[in-house]
Design a binder for this molecule. Structure first.
Ligand SMILES: *Cc1c(COP(=O)(O)O)cnc(C)c1O
Length: 359
């Protein structure tokens, strides 16, 4: 019996993807072996890698002057790779602090250069997206970094910041593939796969080519993007199985209307929960309306004991991983692409019942 899994990551995968992987587990395309067992230099795996990249390029409409890299180490590794590779002109960079991940990216980069905060929503527990003070961005900054969707707090940049010539780098770990994006507005986009693209162990980076080749001399080979760009992400053994599942997820996204299709259904899904939260006397959403995420929806009752009771009873009824992040408390429903709308309508029915029983 499968549950409705509201985990923030690793999170639920589309059922057809898991079923396909199950069918192909013992014999991948008449190779007589699983993807996990085959050489990454073999023809069948090369085909998987190329198809996965081609699908991502097609779905995200990635321009030809961008490289798509398949990396490891999670989004957290990018917090160090980005400054090692790009914080090398003026050695200055600008950061918007919209939550814990944005702060970690800033802290790590600060070890390598001069990092300035040009916007922050810390004053209200990151419950909104701040204005960027463009006058604070150094004219010669190497880049501006944002976290596009704030997984823990449930906010999203609905308007892409524009700092002119200054390259924009975005952590899209928890919103990539959830709606169309104009890749050309960004110098780099990156995402850990385990929220909306596949299993953990794979990190995807999309980088404009002119940024490459300026890494610090002491940058380890494995932390230099050029190593991956020059070897089609196969300088060493890539996370083969995670790439394979990512390819199946991308095919599923394509079969379901691409990113425009995802956006339409994601808006519907989120509205089911937000509309209920806005009308409930017990539950409420914690984020400013204009900045709400379609992917992560935190909510509270205002009473810690009631929150705990709700999480426990929800779990017993097949709605799991609804506990909020330890830094904010309350509840959080992560409703990535793979969460079916039925999961959200069923959750709302359960919340109504809980509310009636606990007046
Ligand atoms: C989950 C997450 C991370 C951390 O990802 P890891 O792959 O565990 O390093 C970073 N940024 C955002 C926005 C996230 O949601």
């Amino acid at each position: 019996m499968r549950v409705y899994n509201f985990s923030a990551g690793p999170s639920c995968l589309p059922l057809p993807v898991l079923e396909k992987a199950q069918v192909e587990m013992l014999d991948q395309g008449n190779s007589g072996m699983s993807v996990m067992e085959m050489s990454h230099r073999s023809k069948p795996f090369e085909t998987i890698l190329h198809n996965t990249e081609a699908l991502l390029r097609e779905l995200m409409n990635i321009p030809d002057n961008y490289k798509v890299l398949f990396l490891q180490g999670g989004a957290s590794m990018q917090f160090a790779m980005i400054p090692l590779n790009f914080l090398n002109g003026s050695g200055k960079a600008a950061f918007a602090i919209t939550g814990q991940w944005a702060k970690k990216a800033y802290d790590e980069a600060s070890r390598y250069g001069d990092c300035v905060v040009v916007g922050s929503s810390k004053d209200k527990t990151f419950s909104y997206i701040p204005e960027i003070d463009y006058s604070l961005i150094p004219k010669d900054a190497d880049y501006l970094h944002i976290c596009e969707n704030n997984t823990i707090y449930g906010t999203k940049w609905h308007e892409t910041p524009n700092a002119g010539e200054i390259p924009l780098i975005s952590d899209m770990s928890s919103c990539i593939l959830s709606e169309p994006v104009d890749v050309s507005k960004y110098a780099m986009i990156y995402a850990g796969a385990q929220k909306n693209m596949g299993p953990s162990g794979l990190t995807v980076a999309i980088i404009r080519e002119d940024l490459l080749g300026k890494a610090r001399d002491y940058t380890p080979t494995m932390l230099n993007y050029v190593t991956y760009a020059e070897n089609e992400s196969m300088y060493n053994t890539p996370p083969c199985y995670a790439i394979y599942i990512c390819g199946l997820v991308l095919q599923w996204v394509k079969d379901n209307g691409g990113l425009a299709g995802m956006k339409a259904i994601n808006e519907k899904k989120a509205a089911v929960l937000y509309d209920f939260l806005d009308s409930s006397a017990m539950f409420s959403a914690t984020v400013d309306k204009k900045d709400r995420s379609l992917m992560n929806i935190p909510f509270v009752t205002g009473n810690d004991e009631l929150d705990a009771k709700f999480v426990k009873e929800a779990s017993a009824n097949g709605f799991v991983n609804l506990k909020g992040h330890r830094s904010v408390g309350g509840m959080r429903a992560s409703i990535y692409n793979a969460m079916p709308i039925e999961g959200i309508t069923a959750l709302v029915e359960f919340m109504k019942k809980f509310e009636a029983e606990n007046k």
